[in-house]
Design a protein around this ligand. Structure first.
Ligand SMILES: *Cc1c(COP(=O)(O)O)cnc(C)c1O
Length: 356
């Protein structure tokens, strides 16, 4: 038998979460974001469960081509556009929609020998100062692109720095509205946070990622507790050893935990080399045999140690849920000072994945 750790990917939860997105943005079409290997879930494992979507959005040409080869015929959006002029050959061949965020990309589009026009998402810098044209340059970029025979349908695209905040879109939306005055353009502005919480920014296409996988865009599980979203990934393992501690005994590297009184602990086959966050402190929630308990001591490469006080019946082979249906990935992430996004994307290749 192999090591007992396994990540389960729940296809029904994916379909369900996409339906929740549709309810939240009933007037919009949906780009399901599957970048970073579908947020660590595996693009080949998830795309068919999301096939009701209107398009897939990602970054890598390799992932886009994989989707085409597996039979996806509807739109694919490259969120960061092309990285080199030569990428346009594959964008043309595989009929991909590309974002355009810089002048060099407009010049490349102007001279590329394409077989047919490609659809373009013109990216406006909403104030986040990552990718995109500053608002005052948008109109000029739009008209330049519009004049190119290589350019087909055009959409205005933006991304926001602070979409979790109820006030976070007011100023950026005003700025973009001014920039887009007089342009007759469809718009795509909404990530997960906007999709759930900012209907005023839904427009023509929403671009949810994290909510499709059942975690919170804000990092707080409570913020999506009433949304009906279901966790897609559940990471489980088993107790492979136990120790009976006396008061004062230390646990793990650096003795980062000392038993306050006599205490039984369990050793779980899961560590940071599986993608469990190394910074998760004592107190991080974990479920043993259906009972909530906590990590004690340092996370090591291949093991963690957990308090068995609340679950006296637990023993070798007891099921441990690290995150998923019962222990929310957002709760584990928060305890470790990160976000659910990072934990799911960092699931290690050595962890076997089971699709249910
Ligand atoms: C990742 C990404 C999204 C999805 O973001 P979530 O917060 O996961 O919904 C949307 N748009 C762009 C441009 C992105 O890079």
């Amino acid at each position: 038998m192999s090591r007992p750790i396994v990540a389960t990917v729940n296809q029904q939860a994916l379909r369900h979460n996409l339906a929740i997105v549709r309810q939240a943005a009933p007037e919009s079409r949906v780009w399901s974001v599957v970048k970073a290997n579908a947020y660590g879930h595996g693009i080949t494992r998830v795309w068919q469960s999301l096939a009701e979507t209107d398009g897939f959005a990602l970054l890598n040409l390799e992932e886009a081509i994989l989707l085409r080869e597996q039979g996806w015929k509807k739109p694919i959006l490259l969120l960061e556009g092309f990285f080199h002029e030569s990428d346009l050959v594959l964008i043309d061949q595989y009929r991909l929609t590309t974002s355009v965020h810089s002048n060099w990309q407009i010049q490349a589009l102007a001279k590329a020998p394409l077989s047919a026009p490609v659809d373009v998402y013109l990216k406006v810098n909403s104030g986040m100062n990552r990718l995109g044209f500053r608002p005052e340059h948008v109109s000029n970029a739009w008209h330049k692109l519009r004049s190119l025979k290589n350019v087909g349908d055009m959409t205005l695209m933006a991304h926001f720095a602070d979409a979790e905040n109820p006030e976070g879109l007011i100023e950026p939306l005003q700025r973009i509205d001014r920039a887009a005055e007089g342009l007759d353009c469809p718009r795509s502005f909404a990530n997960s946070a906007c999709t759930l919480w900012h209907p005023e920014a839904h427009y023509n296409w929403v671009r949810p990622g994290i909510v499709l996988y059942g975690a919170s865009p804000s990092g707080n599980w409570q913020d999506i507790a009433s949304s009906g979203l279901q966790p897609v990934m559940t990471l489980t393992s088993e107790i492979i050893g136990m120790q009976q501690l006396n008061a004062g005994d230390g646990v793990g590297y650096g003795y980062r935990y000392h038993a306050p009184q006599a205490q039984r602990i369990g050793v779980v086959a899961c560590g940071y080399a599986d993608g469990y966050p190394r910074h998760a402190p004592s107190g991080t929630p974990v479920m043993v045999d259906g009972t909530l308990t906590q990590v004690v001591g340092a996370v090591s490469m291949d093991m963690i140690t957990v308090d068995l006080t609340p679950c006296p019946q637990a023993g070798i082979g007891s099921r441990v849920e690290l995150w998923g249906e019962q222990v929310k990935i957002d709760q584990v992430a928060k305890a470790a000072g990160t976000v659910g996004y990072e934990l799911m994307c960092a699931l290690a290749p050595r962890v076997p994945v089971k699709v249910i």
